[in-house]
Structure formats: structure tokens, C-alpha cells
Ligand binder design. Structure first.
Ligand code: H53
Length: 820
């Protein structure tokens, strides 16, 4: 596919002009970064026309709009992705070559807009891509953090966090829209006033601090359909209309406070994934973007419609985790206090407009705000939540008379806390989990009482990923090969990949498939050499675990197994062993001490193993610094083995697992999250499954856990591995890894020993790893497994996920921007 807009000569001229106007330079004088800016502005020109066309089509066709409300959008770089979706990648690559530039290098100049932590934020980005590609009207609503996810450096094996000043040179793919600014209010108090005319009490919020929310729009291009949707992220500015000399002291103080509030609120993304820290500023961020987004959605609706009662026919709000669920009460506030509706009318509209996605069962991730903090920061919103809670409890009582257990378990306000998930479930018209197993656990365990009371709300939407970024852009060799064999329809219909199954026994095809894998491994090896200074052999098995660092994801199990293999090789030097490169990539939340210690351990093991000449390079361990969307694209394409080894029941879905599968890497994993569905699609013989089942884990947990010391006492090899954490093998400081050792063996006040069942699953994991090795030695057999993984990955496109959201939850109509 090519795009008329990217005719080479016109493109080159435009880039030259942009360099001239932006920097007063010729193309020869410009830096690579300046070329990136100039190219991006040229691409943006093309996008803007489509953006206007899309807006026009939406105005004319007046479709229902989904507002995807999310604290995080982990977008990754935009330039390459936009070129792919505009079908201009090839043309632009050639045009730049003629100018003497390499598009890949130009792409590398772009900062990675990292406005998210991990899976949840990247899912939101994939969803936006699919919504635009499937011709649905959608806005992403979020925050324009000035500092996104920190950059990770590894010094002495330790993680160092460096601020990510992604806006430093200006970001070409954003548009400031001051004309849509909104005001958001914090603090103050609520005054009740009787309105005699209406015969009703009005509530007036006074004495608050105000912040101005300014939207910045980023274009979201659909694939080859001229649709450009919008990611609207809000920045904060102080409301400065004061003259200093006319201010008395009180006002001055308030003005300074308001200014500080505005400065702080969008400064930085909290680097916690799957963990709630209860920080006041975090609640401010949440309310800030939710309020601004809702105000904007309602203003937009009112431009075209005069009956606010029918809002839900044209607008729906999807709340991504509990983070934006204050939307429930804020929508009630706007409808009552600003639109003048009564409670019942407002509640009917709200409960038909908001839907909630749960992404985790980890109890430490569920947001519960102390009522003291909440009511001080958002007094009117809190008042509304109290009333929602009062009515909800009355409903519980009506259904279960005299059953106070039910109230304790389901109340929105309890034990001095506001429970955001409960608010979202009470108000939402849909509650969904993100993989089949996860949704079942929600229904049968975590949210059982809610499910019993309102089963009709619950549904599953198994996550997905966009093949445009994670195959077409990330793995051009494989993408071309697939297109040669089955045509290009897979780009917008991933189920087409199943046509590749006919090649599962075709030797030539298998050979080509593995040659591509090899070339991708060489590309990654080059990246690792340049960025980590470690030489790895692309003939070895590339065994990869890249994801956030979290105890439940069990990077510790992986590295303990590496130690175990190292011991085996040392003890039996003659033993047959297929060379393996263990590749890790993971950021740890800045305040998560255990996670950071595990990073240190991985690097310490790497130091010893990589420098031990006696093992002849049979094992290499590499920790890739600063894992992020842009290097992920290189890593997935090069993986032989996909490590998905979370404690069963803990990983809600996982989405990295899908990216590996798409790129032809079999899963080595537990029956957790979406792994279950991956195995169902590809067949158990094409995956390596081990470990306790989620039922077994939950059973242990409900009955006081298990005793890892039994394993420690009876399994010598495991004991040896654990002892090496504290006997100086990997650090002259024998206390360095003591905490990790203890966490596996000793009960602490609140935590049971080995909470994540590492020792329980160790043997079964080691066996599965052995099976991987055996399977890899059979070249043809392995190639077949790898190819079948790609061929069977069709289900895991976010296009499928989005279509399910549309059919079952949002009920949107397609909008045609251009006849194809
Ligand atoms: O969301 C992903 C899942 C993954 C889950 C992740 C997630 C976060 O990244 C952050 C908070 C949260 O509650 C959940 O851990 O299993 O694939 C997208 O659904």
C-alpha cells in the first residue's frame, strides 16, 4: 500500500522546507533530531487533513462516542506508527534515503512518550489504535505528565531512576487546544441553599482552589482508512488573573497555592504498576483529568443535543481500572449541580453511561481512599458518594435483610475508607475482567458478592494487542514473509494468520521462518552489544522475560533457575547443554525495595556467570537497561522462548505473552491470565506449561499457605541455590540478598514465607525448561512450534477485543471517513 500524500519529491521538499523554517538550516546542516522534527511536521500535515475530515464525518454522522478514561497511555513512538498506518512507510524510507538519511535512525530520535507504567497503559494505547482502525468514534482521556515513566540506568547492578524529560525539544505530534480549557476545583466547603422557587436544596461549592485544565490533542491514525481519532491529555495551568498590588495577604497566599497546585498536579507519572500508594497528589491527578474530560464530553454533547437525559445514547465512559472511577460521582455532580437535574434523573443517566474494567486481583492494587483525605480534597464529590453509598446499602439490605456481612463486604464507604472498585461496580452498567480466567476469579472469589447480587453486569473481554505496531512495524521481515504467503489482509484481520497453518510441515517455509528469527536475533544481539556491552550468540536459545518487575511475576524464579543450571554445568562439565541466553528487561517501581533487589541479583548472577570461562559461554545472562515500548519491538521479534511464569491467579491477563506468540515464540508459562487461552489456541504441545493451577494456589491461600521449608529441607539442589544467595557466591556482601532468602523461607508479621510459591513451582519449572531444551534441539520440530504460535495468534488482536467491547458494552456504529 502506498499513500498519494507521500509522493517522494513532494515529501523531500516539505522536509527541506520544514528544516529551513524551523531551524534556519539546510538539510546538510541539520542534526538528526532536527530532521526527526522536520519529518514529523511533514507527516503531521498529512494527518491534519484526515483529522479535519474525521471531525467533519463525526459532525455529520453524529455517532455514539466512547471516552476511554485512563491515567495511563503508554503510546510508544508515533512517527513510525503513523507512517505504517498512513501506508507511507516505504515511500518515506526511500525519500529519506535519497536525502541521505536512514528512517530507522530518524525514528530513534523520537522520545518514547511513556505516559504509562506497563500492561494497563499499553493496553489503552493498543485500544486507541484498534478503535481508529475499526472506524469507531473514540477519545482517549488522560494526563499530559511532564515527566513520564523514569528512564532506568543500571549502575553497579542497581537500578537508578533518571527523570524522563520527554517534552524537552517539543513534541511534534501534539496540538495545544487552549480554547477547550476547563476549570477544576479542589478543597473548600459545601454550602446548602434552599431554592424556594424549585422547592429543592442546592449545594454550592465555595472556598475552593481552582486549576485550569488545558487539553493537548494527539492524533490516533487508523490503518489505511483516513480516520484520525484523538488522544486528549490534560495539562494544568494556574488561573492567573490577579494583579499583585490589588491583593490582600489572604488572596496572595491563595494565588500562590493555586499556582503550586497547577505546577505539581501533572508533573510526574507515579511509577507504580499494580500497586496503590495512597498519595494525595495521585487523587488530585485522578479528579483533575476526570473532571476536565467529563466537562468536555458534556459540552460536546450539548452542542448537538438538547436533552441531557439522553446523554447515554451518544456517550459512554469506559473506566480503565479504579483510577478514573471518581467519574461516577463527578458525573452526578455535573448533572445535578450544573445541569440542574434531580438525584434520580442524574443516577439513571450516570448508571447508563459508565462502565468499569477490572485489571487486577492483587489486593494491594485496589484503591481505597481515607475518607478524611477524600472529603477534604473533594467535599462535594464526597457528599455525593455518601449518598450513593446510603442508597446502595439500602439496596443490599432490601435484597439480603439482616445480612450485615454483605454490607461489610460490599459497602462503598467502610472502615473509614472510600472503596473505588465498589463505587464503580455499584454504578457501572458493565464490569469486565481482562481474560477468561481472571473474570472467573472475579466472579467466584474477589467480587463474588457483587456477582451474586448483579450477575448481569459481569462479562469478560480478553485483552489483545495491535499487530500494526507489534508485527508490521516491529518485525518487517516476518510481516513481509507473511504477506507473501497469505496476502496483506492479516493487517486488519488477524484471524487470517491461521492460513499459515498449511506451512507447518513445509520445510522450505519453516526454514525461511527460522531464518527470519535468526536475523531478528542478530538485530537484538547488536542492540545488546551497543547498549549493554555484552556479546551474545544468536545461535543460542534466546529465552526472554520482559515486563514490570513484580514479585508475583516471579523474575526471582527465573534467576534462581539460572543459578541451578549454572551449578549443574559446573558439576557436570561434560553434560550436554544447548547454549542459552537469558534476557531480562524490567523496571521496578522506585519505592519497591524487593523488586530492586531482584534486579541487583539478576545483574550479580550475570556478572559471575558471564565471566566464568569454565562454562564455555553455555549460559549468558543479560539485563536490558530501560525496557520500554521502543526496544520491546526489537526484543519480541527476536525471542525464542516467552517466559510467562506468574503465580497462577495473579496475572490478570498479560499482553506481552501475546506479542511473543505473534512473533513466533512459544510460551513457557503457568496456567495464568491469558496464557490459558494462548494454550487453548495453539495446543498444549506447542507450549511449555508448568506449576500449580490457580485453584491450587487459591486453595492454599484460603487455608493459610504452604510450607516452603519442607522443600528446602528435602531438595538438596534447591537448598544449594538458596544458600548461594547468602554465602558469597554472587556478592562479597553476604547480607545483600538475605532479604530475598528470608522472603522464601520465613514467615513475617503479615507475609507468609514464599508468598508467590516459587519453591513450590521450582521443580516443575525446571522440568519444563528441560522440555524446552529437548524441543529446541529438534530443529524442524521447533520451527513448527514457532510457526504455529504465529499462525494461532489471531485471537489476540486488540481489534477482536475492541469489537467485543463494541458489541457487548458500548454499542457504537462505524463511521466512514472515506470510501475505501
Ligand atoms: O493490566 C494489564 C494486564 C496485566 C495487569 C495490568 C495492570 C497494570 O499494568 C496496572 C494496574 C493493574 O491493575 C493491572 O497486571 O495482567 O494484562 C492489562 O489489562
Amino acid at each position: 500500500m502506498t499513500n498519494e500524500m507521500f509522493k517522494k519529491e513532494a515529501f523531500k521538499k516539505s522536509v527541506k522546507d520544514n528544516v529551513k523554517f524551523l531551524y534556519r538550516k539546510t538539510i546538510e546542516e541539520a542534526t538528526q533530531e532536527q530532521i526527526f522534527q522536520a519529518v514529523s511536521y511533514t507527516v503531521k500535515d498529512v494527518i491534519i487533513d484526515n483529522w479535519l475530515e474525521t471531525q467533519k464525518a463525526y459532525d455529520e454522522q453524529d455517532p455514539k462516542i466512547v471516552y476511554y478514561m485512563s491515567m495511563e497511555f503508554l503510546m510508544g513512538r508515533a512517527l513510525g506508527n503513523n507512517l505504517i498506518n498512513l501506508c507511507g512507510y516505504g515511500e518515506v524510507k526511500e525519500a529519506l534515503e535519497e536525502l541521505g538519511f536512514d528512517l530507522n535512525c530518524i525514528e530513534d530520535q523520537e522520545p518514547d512518550p511513556a505516559l504509562g507504567n506497563g500492561g494497563l497503559g499499553r493496553l489503552a494505547a493498543c485500544f486507541l489504535d484498534s478503535l481508529a482502525t475499526l472506524n469507531y468514534a473514540a477519545y482517549g482521556c488522560g494526563i499530559r505528565y511532564h515527566y513520564g515513566m523514569f528512564k532506568q540506568q543500571i549502575k553497579d547492578g542497581y537500578q537508578i531512576e533518571v527523570p524522563d524529560n520527554w517534552l524537552k525539544n517539543g513534541y511534534p505530534f501534539e496540538l495545544r487546544r487552549p480554547e477547550y480549557a476547563k476549570e477544576v476545583h479542589f478543597g473548600g466547603y459545601v454550602r446548602a441553599e434552599y431554592d424556594a422557587e424549585k422547592g429543592a436544596t442546592r449545594f454550592i461549592h465555595e472556598g475552593y482552589q481552582a486549576v485550569k485544565a488545558i487539553p493537548y490533542d494527539m492524533p490516533i491514525t487508523g490503518y489505511d482508512n483516513d480516520v484520525v481519532n484523538t488522544l486528549r491529555i490534560w495539562d494544568a495551568e494556574p488561573i492567573v488573573d490577579f494583579e499583585l498590588d490589588s491583593f490582600d495577604k489572604g488572596d496572595y497566599k491563595k494565588a500562590v497555592e493555586q499556582e503550586n497546585l497547577a505546577r505539581n498536579i501533572v508533573e510526574v507519572l507515579y511509577p507504580n504498576d499494580n500497586h496503590y500508594a495512597g498519595k494525595e497528589l495521585r487523587l488530585k491527578q485522578q479528579y483533575f483529568f476526570v473532571s476536565a474530560s467529563l466537562q468536555e464530553a458534556i459540552a460536546k454533547y450539548k452542542k448537538k443535543h438538547d436533552d441531557i437525559h439522553k446523554l447515554y445514547e451518544k456517550v459512554t465512559f469506559q473506566m480503565n481500572d479504579t483510577h478514573p472511577t471518581v467519574a461516577v460521582a463527578e458525573l452526578m455532580r455535573i448533572l445535578m449541580d450544573e445541569e440542574g437535574l434531580g438525584w434520580d434523573e442524574a443516577w439513571e443517566i450516570t448508571t447508563k453511561s459508565v462502565a468499569y474494567t477490572n485489571h487486577t486481583i492483587m489486593s494491594e492494587a485496589l484503591e481505597k481512599w481515607p475518607i478524611e483525605l477524600f472529603s477534604r480534597l473533594l467535599p462535594r464529590v464526597y457528599q455525593i458518594i455518601e449518598e450513593i453509598n446510603r442508597r446502595f446499602i439500602a439496596e443490599i439490605q432490601a435484597k439480603y435483610p439482616g445480612n450485615y456481612e454483605k454490607i461489610k463486604k460490599m459497602a462503598i464507604i467502610y472502615d473509614g475508607q472510600v472503596k473505588m472498585a465498589h463505587l464503580a461496580i455499584a454504578a457501572g452498567y458493565s464490569v469486565n475482567g481482562v481474560a477468561r480466567l481472571h473474570t472467573e476469579i472475579l466472579k467466584n472469589q474477589e467480587l463474588r458478592d457483587f456477582y451474586e447480587m448483579m450477575p448481569e453486569k459481569f462479562n469478560n473481554k480478553t485483552n489483545g494487542i495491535t499487530q500494526r505496531r507489534f508485527l508490521l512495524h516491529a518485525n518487517p521481515l516476518l510481516a513481509d514473509w507473511i504477506t507473501e504467503h497469505i496476502g496483506p489482509d492479516w493487517i486488519t484481520d488477524l484471524s487470517q494468520l491461521k492460513k499459515l497453518k498449511v506451512y507447518a510441515d513445509d520445510e522450505k517455509a519453516l526454514q525461511e521462518f527460522m531464518n527470519i528469527k535468526f536475523r531478528n536475533k542478530e538485530r537484538l544481539a547488536k542492540y545488546i552489544l551497543e547498549h549493554n556491552g555484552v556479546e551474545v550468540d544468536p545461535h543460542s536459545i534466546f529465552d526472554v522475560q520482559v515486563k514490570r518487575l513484580h514479585e508475583y511475576k516471579r523474575q526471582l524464579l527465573n534467576i534462581l533457575h539460572v543459578i541451578y543450571l549454572y551449578n549443574q554445568i559446573k558439576m557436570h562439565p561434560e553434560m550436554e547443554f544447548y547454549p542459552r541466553t537469558f534476557i531480562f528487561g524490567a523496571k521496578a517501581s522506585a519505592g519497591y525495595a524487593t523488586a530492586k533487589k531482584i534486579i541487583k541479583l539478576i545483574n550479580s548472577v550475570a556478572d559471575v556467570v558471564n565471566n566464568d570461562a569454565s562454562i564455555n559461554g553455555k549460559i549468558k545472562v543479560v539485563f536490558i537497561e530501560n525496557y520500554r515500548v521502543s526496544n520491546a519491538e526489537i526484543i519480541f521479534a527476536a525471542a525464542d522462548v516467552s517466559e510467562q511464569i506468574s503465580t497462577a491467579s495473579k496475572e490478570a491477563s498479560g499482553t506481552g505473552n501475546m506479542k511473543f506468540m505473534l512473533n513466533g515464540a512459544p510460551t513457557l508459562g503457568t496456567m495464568d491470565g491469558a496464557n490459558v487461552e494462548i494454550v487453548e489456541e495453539v495446543g498444549a504441545e506447542n507450549a511449555f506449561i508448568f506449576g500449580l493451577s490457580s485453584d491450587e494456589v487459591i486453595n492454599y491461600e484460603n487455608n493459610g499457605g504452604y510450607d516452603p521449608n519442607v522443600i528446602y529441607n528435602t531438595d538438596e539442589e534447591i537448598r544449594q541455590v538458596l544458600m548461594q544467595l547468602i554465602n558469597g557466591t554472587f556478592s562479597s556482601d553476604t547480607e545483600l540478598f538475605r532479604d530475598l532468602y528470608d522472603s522464601l523461607l520465613t514467615n513475617k508479621n503479615t507475609d507468609r514465607a514464599d508468598r508467590y510459591f516459587i519453591l513450590a513451582d521450582f521443580r516443575s519449572y525446571a522440568d519444563a525448561q528441560k522440555r524446552v531444551e529437548e524441543a529446541y534441539k529438534d530443529e524442524k520440530g521447533w520451527a513448527k512450534k514457532a510457526l504455529l504460535n504465529t499462525a494461532c495468534s489471531g485471537k489476540f488482536t486488540s481489534d477482536r477485543t475492541i469489537q467485543e467491547y463494541v458489541d457487548d458494552i458500548w454499542h457504537l456504529d462505524k463511521v466512514i471517513v472515506r470510501k475505501k
